[in-house]
Design a protein around this ligand. Structure first.
Ligand code: NI
Length: 143
C-alpha cells in the first residue's frame, strides 16, 4: 500500500534577534533588516509537522494526530512558546536564530519521538511571517 502524508499544525510566539556582535550596526541592519533590532522583537510562528506511513488496518490512522500534537507540544512548544529563542531555548544555544536553524532544531527535538510512535517524519514547515517560511526534509545538516 502507498504511503499517506499527514500533517499536524501547531503555533507559538517567540522573541529573537538576528545580529552578529562581530559585525557593525550598519552591516547587521543591511543583512538582517528589522530582525537585527538590538532590543529584540517577536514573531507568531506557524509550524507544520508532516509524517508519512501506511494507515493501520485497526484504526485507519497513519499516526494518532492527538498523540502527535502532544509530542510537538512537549518537545517543542513548551520549550519555545513565549520565550526568547536566543536566550531561553536549549536546542538553539549557540546558533543564529533564523527560521532555517529553528526548523532543523525542531526536527531533531521530535524525530525520535515520532519513530517511537511508528511514524516517519518527512517534513518540518515553519512560517516566521505570512510571507516567509522554510521547509526542512531532514538528511545531512548544513553545518
Ligand atoms: Ni525576526
Amino acid at each position: 500500500m502507498k504511503n499517506i502524508y499527514i500533517t499536524r499544525r501547531e503555533t507559538f510566539n517567540a522573541a529573537h534577534k538576528l545580529r552578529r556582535e562581530d559585525w557593525s550596526d550598519e552591516k547587521n541592519e543591511l543583512v538582517f533588516g528589522k530582525c537585527a533590532n538590538k532590543n529584540w522583537h517577536g514573531h507568531n510562528f506557524e509550524l507544520f509537522v508532516t509524517v508519512k506511513g501506511v494507515p493501520s488496518v485497526d484504526t485507519g490512522f497513519v499516526i494518532n494526530l492527538k498523540e502527535l500534537g502532544e509530542i510537538i507540544k512537549k518537545s517543542v512548544i513548551e520549550k519555545i512558546d513565549h520565550k526568547n529563542i536566543n536566550l531561553d531555548v536549549d536546542f538553539m544555544k549557540g546558533k543564529m536564530s533564523s527560521t532555517e536553524n529553528l526548523a532543523i532544531g525542531i526536527w531533531k527535538e521530535i524525530e525520535h519521538e515520532i519513530v517511537k510512535m511508528g511514524g516517519e517524519l518527512v517534513k518540518i514547515k515553519l512560517f516566521e511571517t505570512e510571507n516567509n517560511f522554510v521547509e526542512y526534509f531532514g538528511g545531512k545538516e548544513p553545518y
